[in-house]
Design a protein around this ligand. Structure first.
Ligand SMILES: Nc1ncnc2c1ncn2[C@@H]1O[C@H](COP(=O)(O)OP(=O)(O)OP(=O)(O)O)[C@@H](O)[C@H]1O
Length: 227
């Protein structure tokens, strides 16, 4: 379970202030996959980073009862100068899991071939995502944070990724940022919409999708206005 209590986050850049979380209160329950929808720039990735503990917030609290993954997404969470294998070994040690088991799991899942033994800086963005997704899914977390990454690869790879993710969801939760509404319907039991610093939480994903689609018809709010 993860609970947000009056979570507030503002970015300050060149004299402008962007409020991405305006005193958000929400509970993400155990063993539930929750989609986070919202327009570009709403603050979805920032929210995942705050949940992972990699981004500070201004005020409020994030209370959690279990382990939380790093946010798995396109923005590489791997060291570019290390090979795929070295990155996996490093992560295995950090999270205290059996190193060889995780290497074999990721080798099998990510299908990187020879690249697995080459520096990550030589990978395509899809390869990096496959490596990061494989590493994350190879470790048993109570909550997986996923940022669009299941959209990576060709149709058969996507299906494979989704099967693995679905398997993990039997025992874990996930908070998944996605623009893929089909995926929300297939994978998520709940969904939330982030708009103008507010998080609208729905126990029926269809309602969240309707809300999101309605919002997308109107221009974005002025995030820089004083409040
Ligand atoms: N380090 C930063 N400094 C200043 N502003 C930032 C920083 N990081 C993000 N922002 C701004 O905060 C807002 C939210 O960004 P974020 O990446 O969280 O949005 P998002 O909903 O994930 O967007 P997308 O759907 O495009 O990926 C954007 O306006 C972005 O420009």
């Amino acid at each position: 379970m993860i609970e947000l209590r009056n979570l507030r986050k503002t970015f300050h850049l060149n004299g402008s202030h962007t409020v991405v979380a305006d005193n958000i209160n929400a509970v993400f329950p155990d063993r539930t996959c929750v989609a986070v929808l919202g327009r570009n720039g709403a603050g979805k990735s920032s929210l995942l980073q705050m949940l992972a503990g990699t981004l500070d917030y201004d005020s409020g609290e994030i209370v959690s009862t279990g382990s939380i993954s790093w946010p798995v997404g396109f923005a590489g969470s791997c060291h570019p100068e290390l090979t795929g294998v070295q990155n996996v070994r490093f992560v295995a040690r950090v999270y205290g899991v059996e190193t060889d088991d995780l290497v074999e799991f990721v080798r099998d899942f990510a299908e990187l071939g020879e690249h697995f033994n080459l520096p990550v800086r030589s990978y395509s963005s899809g390869m990096k995502s496959r490596l990061a997704f494989g590493m994350s899914m190879g470790i048993k977390f109570d909550t997986y944070l996923v940022d669009e990454v299941t959209a990576v690869g060709d149709a058969s790879f996507k299906a494979k990724g989704e099967r693995l993710f679905t398997d993990r969801l039997r025992n874990s939760s996930a908070i998944m940022v996605t623009h893929g509404l089909g995926q929300v319907k297939r994978l998520c039991q709940h969904a939330a919409v982030l708009e103008d610093g507010h998080l609208y939480y729905y126990t029926d994903p269809q309602e969240a999708i309707r809300h999101h689609q309605e919002l997308m018809k109107s221009p974005p709010p002025d995030k820089n206005r004083a409040r």
